[in-house]
Design a protein around this ligand. Structure first.
Ligand code: S3P
Length: 170
């Protein structure tokens, strides 16, 4: 199958966007990119450093700019930072240049996957299921509104999730 437009993976932190993106990249034989990694590379600093030194608004603007960069590139798999779909402008840009896949997981699953991470400023000091649940409930409608496809990841490994996406795409 040939990828005709970008494939954006969106969803909450820890839902598995990065690992599913890698699997899809192998199956479809196309490049995968990660918007967080693009920003880190451009800025020459880590995500926590960007949040700390320049603030969240700066980071959010950088995310929007990455979508413009991607607009000029060949179709690829794009693993998005968990907040990408929160801006209406970003959703429009993603829909203009690709299809959007929303990966879901329960707060308990998310917690298990991210509990040892120190690279997610939004969860610093908030690494617990109730907080994850609260933030997820705020975000969920926006993820759903952005999604062309919704895939649950609970109890499935990244290869199985990628297979599920491939079936929908074909
Ligand atoms: C964020 C998610 C992170 C990263 C930043 C903010 C968010 O990406 O972009 O820490 O707002 O949900 P991951 O979803 O890859 O952890």
């Amino acid at each position: 199958m040939k990828l005709e437009e970008h494939l954006f993976l969106i969803g909450f932190m820890g839902v598995g966007k990065t690992s599913v993106s890698r699997q899809l990249s192998q199956r479809l034989q196309v490049r995968e990119v990660d918007t967080d990694a693009m920003i880190v590379q451009r800025e020459g600093r880590s995500i926590p450093e960007i949040f700390e030194q320049s603030g969240e608004a700066y980071f959010r603007q950088a995310e929007t700019e990455m979508l413009d960069v991607l607009g000029g590139q060949e179709p690829c798999i794009v693993s998005c930072g968990g907040g990408m779909a929160m801006r209406e402008e970003n959703v429009e840009k993603m829909k203009d240049i690709g299809r959007v896949v929303f990966l879901t997981a329960t707060p308990e699953t998310i917690y298990e996957r991210v509990k040892d991470s120190t690279n997610r400023p939004l969860l610093n000091g908030n690494m617990n299921v109730p907080y994850i649940k609260e933030l997820m409930e705020v975000r969920e409608p926006k993820y759903r509104a952005a999604a062309d496809v919704i895939i649950a990841t609970d109890g499935r490994n990244s290869g199985q999730v990628a297979d599920g996406i491939m079936q929908v795409l074909e």
